[in-house]
Write a protein of this length. Sequence first.
Length: 348
Amino acid sequence: MTASTKLRKRVLSGMRSTGKLHLGNYVGALDNWVRMQDEYQCFFEVADWHALTTDYADTSRVKENSLEVALDWFAAGLDPEKSVIFIQSHVPAHAELHLLFSMITPLGWLERVPTYKEQRENIKDKDLGTYGFLGYPVLQSADILIYKAEVVPVGEDQVAHIELTREIARRFNSFYGQRGDVFPEPQSLLTLAPKLPGTDGRKMSKSYGNTILLTDPEAVVRQKLKTMVTDPARVRRSDPGNPDVCPVGDLHKIFSDRATMDKVNVGCRSAGIGCIECKSWAADALVQLLHPMQERRKKFEENPRLAWDILEAGTARARQAAAETMDDVREAMGMSLAYESPAAKGAK
Ligand code: TRP
Ligand code: SF4
């Protein structure tokens, strides 16, 4: 690591390893991470343990899902020369810090986390009454604090987890920080993502089955666009429409250039263009965005070994950074193995 990277603020973020990523993951997070790489010292983790908190019953796809996420990251431009890219479960110190945090985290803090309550109510096909699921945000706090990250780029749904991370850091520092704070109180950096509709007009989400994947080939992208819902008021070709209430209009706003946007605005409102034509322009913009990513991905698909090598090297760097923090943690808690003479102890 060069001197300049040492001076940059540390960033950590992660994604649960749930397989191939979609456009919502890109505009909601990945695109932002790619840009942050030049300004911060970034750590990006494939959170496979977090995936297990809900999908613990069948682990047959865990490894494959982690690889798929990593390939999409490399394709989108996360760069192992700039950032530390690694797999959570291969940095076991996260689990050690999670355990120590679990000692000092009041149950009430966890039961109050909004995502916990929501998911317990909404997800009925899995038993989420587990110890691990309740501890999800404690593990996330360990992920962040083990790198002493100060900045955590996340979407709105994660803000409560970062708040909890700050509370855990504060509590740890107040118990054990007699010789100075061990942990910073990290800030969430909200990704100001425009709402990205899926093909059915609802928010793009894997659980709705309305996604466009970063790996979808051109023909699939075009097909998905063809069946995408539009302004419901525009029934016939001769009816004027309104791009502001049309999911395809939303895609144009995010991905199309000014000139296309103008054509859409004018043409839709005057019934001068048809939805088929309008959708083909949106598909053009998506294909243009995805094509270079898919080209970059090819090299790894043909030779997955390359990706594992990068992940292995990243994981080694992460382990090193995590070990440094764990030394501080053990020291602060008076649990370091180093022998201290009674005289040295008295002098403190
Ligand atoms: N909980 C995050 C999500 O579902 C994923 C995640 C795991 C994470 N560890 C993290 C995000 C640490 C930020 C920092 O999106
Ligand atoms: Fe939507 Fe385009 Fe059709 Fe207008 S022309 S309703 S923006 S798809």
